[in-house]
Design a protein around this ligand. Structure first.
Ligand SMILES: Cc1cc2nc3c(=O)[nH]c(=O)nc-3n(C[C@H](O)[C@H](O)[C@H](O)COP(=O)(O)O)c2cc1C
Length: 307
């Protein structure tokens, strides 16, 4: 067992918000999903105050090493989530972290207040990759904006608040430091990196309905490691590291870069049980290196060691 912001978790692997639909997975796999849930906590996809349709299609573009999505956060809105999704997600065998986003501090405050009362919810993740309609600034791209947001919502709940940082800004580490100073309990990163795909047959046109989208998967792993390391050096609160993690080795590297938990996103599209496999691989690697106190096994000889 490990402890994250006072929440007990069986292992350090969680899902990235929006990349694993636990309700659809339960429909597909039945209660077997509950017996063998692939993550130590479940992070739900972003909930907004009002329902959202999301972006026009096409919404996905496959890259050589990952993908670009322009899903646009479609969701039922707060009332729909509370009535339809929350009761189902509360049946999962792991703690529930609800990810919320708003386009003003008041919007986010309404979401935080609503979830503050729900005992099914273990923690809240604030997706700050959204422009503030009042200031025009991306809430998570500017330390002052992030500080103001936390000042507005921190007093509304005793539940842990995790700030999901955006990589699309000058200094995620400066934003992380502002989040910590204004009461965040943890930070998570990276969210997707803004990218674009050109239409294969219409010169000059974007492929994605949203114009640009967010790059994820193996393509962003090295960027994620660098940002996690930079953030770790600036804050003392726990860090959830994600971005292109598909193996135990990559999860280990994320932890070595400074993460306390590891998020798995795009890898779950190829294999819905990727999270469980990565957790087992990570546990074996950690036992081999003596990190979790397991009996160290001799490391297999590597070519590099023999030089
Ligand atoms: C299809 C898709 C949908 C996503 N939806 C959300 C979302 O609703 N909220 C959010 O905070 N992040 C969302 N993300 C970002 C992921 O949670 C994660 O931060 C990012 O994809 C990097 O991890 P990965 O490379 O393992 O996918 C989404 C990513 C993808 C690929």
């Amino acid at each position: 067992m490990i402890s994250f912001c006072g929440i007990e978790l069986a292992h350090p692997v969680v899902n990235g918000s929006g990349t694993f639909d636990a309700i659809a997975a339960r429909r597909a796999f039945g209660d077997a999903l509950l017996d063998d849930f692939p993550f130590a906590a479940f992070v739900s996809k972003t909930v907004t105050r009002a329902p959202r349709q999301g972006n026009p299609p096409p919404r996905l573009w496959e890259l050589g090493a990952g993908m670009i999505n322009s899903i646009g956060l479609p969701n039922k809105g707060l009332a729909g989530y509370l009535a339809e999704d929350l009761p189902q997600l509360a049946e999962l065998p792991v703690p529930l972290i609800v990810n919320v986003m708003g386009s003003s501090a008041e919007d986010v405050a309404a979401l935080v207040s609503a979830f503050a009362e729900r005992e099914e919810v273990a923690a809240l993740e604030l997706n700050v990759s959204c422009p503030n309609v009042k200031t025009g600034l991306l809430m998570g791209a500017d330390p002052g904006e992030t500080a103001a947001l936390l000042d507005a919502v921190r007093p509304l709940t005793a539940k842990p608040l995790v700030v999901k940082l955006t990589p699309n800004c000058a200094s995620p580490a400066a934003v992380a430091a502002a989040a910590e100073a204004h009461g965040a309990d943890a930070v998570s990163l990276i969210n997707t990196i803004r990218g674009m795909a050109m239409h294969p047959r219409r010169p000059g046109e974007a492929w994605l309905g949203g114009g640009t989208g967010g790059v994820s998967g193996p393509a962003v792993h090295a960027v994620a490691l660098a940002q996690v390391r930079e953030v770790r050096e600036r804050v003392r609160i726990p860090v959830v590291g994600m971005g292109g993690v598909a193996t135990g080795r990559q999860a280990r590297d994320m932890i070595d870069a400074g993460a306390d938990l590891v998020g798995v996103g795009t890898a779950s599209f190829r294999d819905p049980l990727a999270g469980a496999r990565i957790a087992v691989e990570l546990q074996r690697l950690s036992a081999n290196s003596g990190i979790t106190g397991g009996t160290p096994e001799p490391a297999p000889a590597r070519i590099a060691d023999a030089r």
